[in-house]
Ligand binder design. Sequence first.
Ligand SMILES: [Zn+2]
Length: 187
Amino acid sequence: MTTLILRTNVGGQPLRWISWQDAVLLYVKGQVIWTVGDEPMRFHGGINRCTGLRSYMDVHPVIAAGGQVFTDYQDLAMPLTNHELFSRDQHTCLYCLARLPDGQLTRDHVIPISRGGADSWSNVVTACRGCNQQKANRTPQGAGMRLHAVPYTPSYAEWLILRNRRILADQMVFLKGHCPRDSRFRD
Ligand SMILES: [Zn+2]
């Protein structure tokens, strides 16, 4: 898995993960305003035909860039995918507490969609196949099953953490600082 660079706006609000190639472009265009992280990563480009030297660019783990109109931070969408959902619930079935590989987990709608439940962060939990089948088209109460944690909508910084399996130390420190006080990602 490749290393991703955390891009923020000028105000330091984390926006998204970008590829190192996209980060290099921002450096080349002179759009990087400030960076975080003492040790930049060196990415190599092609060999210069005249000099025979290989080009390279040092990229920091967190970069703030301008040159673009940003949407309101509060309005940035956090698409609900199984990868981030299972990460939020720490790859654990919230009914029987079995910790399983993602391939054996499912998305359960606490209030079933057929009963008016939404496909949204606050109405979905991670469930193993067995529990999902047992619960079927019922609420946890209706199925006599205990839900061990209340589903919640992650903050934007938490969502960025959930999205990336390989977060560098400097990036994690930066993102933790943007998580709510009661976040499980805070120390
Ligand atoms: Zn289960």
